[in-house]
Design a protein around this ligand. Structure first.
Ligand SMILES: Cc1cc2nc3c(=O)[nH]c(=O)nc-3n(C[C@H](O)[C@H](O)[C@H](O)COP(=O)(O)O)c2cc1C
Length: 188
């Protein structure tokens, strides 16, 4: 069974990301074809990237990088829960991705975005970043609208059909994550 991290992509005080990630986890936890864990970037106290060497070298000097590396390396796939900031993902999530390299390679990912346009532009931008760290991204994604999935644009109240879209995205993440796990094992 593969291990999937549900990554909280905002560190902002008052963030909506945490409620969204916990909702994704509650849906995912009903499944028996993978195991899931919520990973909160805020718990890792990552500064703006402060490693002297490129992460491709894997020569980490700081304890915060080593702790983040060990956590991310322990998963086979990821679900990125991303806000949309200025038509992109958050700086905090991009920075956390930039810290590492080999930990991401040949893994799979799906996205849960939220915003005025369902976070679609943030997710599209994140897909380009994923390509460079060799994460395979699945087509199905969850688009949560500030207009229909958040009461008064603030309290998270997802429309009932969104649970179906979470499971459709997870179906693909689990299939691709399992296939890529086999590939990584063959490459050892
Ligand atoms: C700096 C900033 C830029 C934003 N830009 C966008 C945007 O381009 N598109 C959008 O739909 N919402 C935008 N928003 C609204 C956010 O999607 C909304 O505040 C959301 O709750 C942010 O996620 P978080 O609460 O988990 O941090 C922006 C919010 C901030 C703080």
């Amino acid at each position: 069974m593969i291990r999937i991290a549900i990554i909280i992509g905002s560190t902002r005080p008052g963030r909506k990301a945490e409620a969204v990630a916990r909702w994704v986890y509650d849906i995912a936890a009903k499944r028996s074809d993978a195991s899931f864990e919520v990973v909160d970037i805020a718990d890792f106290d990552l500064p703006l990237l402060d490693e002297p060497m490129s992460p491709v070298m894997g020569q980490y000097t700081h304890q915060h990088t080593k702790t983040w590396s060990a956590k991310i390396a322990s998963f086979d796939a990821y679900v990125f829960v991303t806000p949309e900031y200025n038509h992109a993902t958050s700086g905090a999530l991009k920075n956390a991705i930039d810290f590492l390299y080999s930990e991401w390679v040949n893994k799979a990912a799906g996205f849960v975005g939220y915003g005025g346009a369902g976070g679609a532009r943030a997710v599209e931008q994140l897909r380009l970043v994923m390509a460079e760290v060799q994460i395979a991204t699945v087509r199905n994604q969850v688009l949560l609208s500030m207009f229909t999935d958040f009461e008064n644009f603030s309290v998270f109240k997802p429309a009932p059909q969104q649970e179906k879209s979470v499971n459709a995205m997870l179906d693909q993440v689990i299939a691709w994550g399992s296939a890529l796990k086999t590939l990584r094992e063959k490459q050892k």
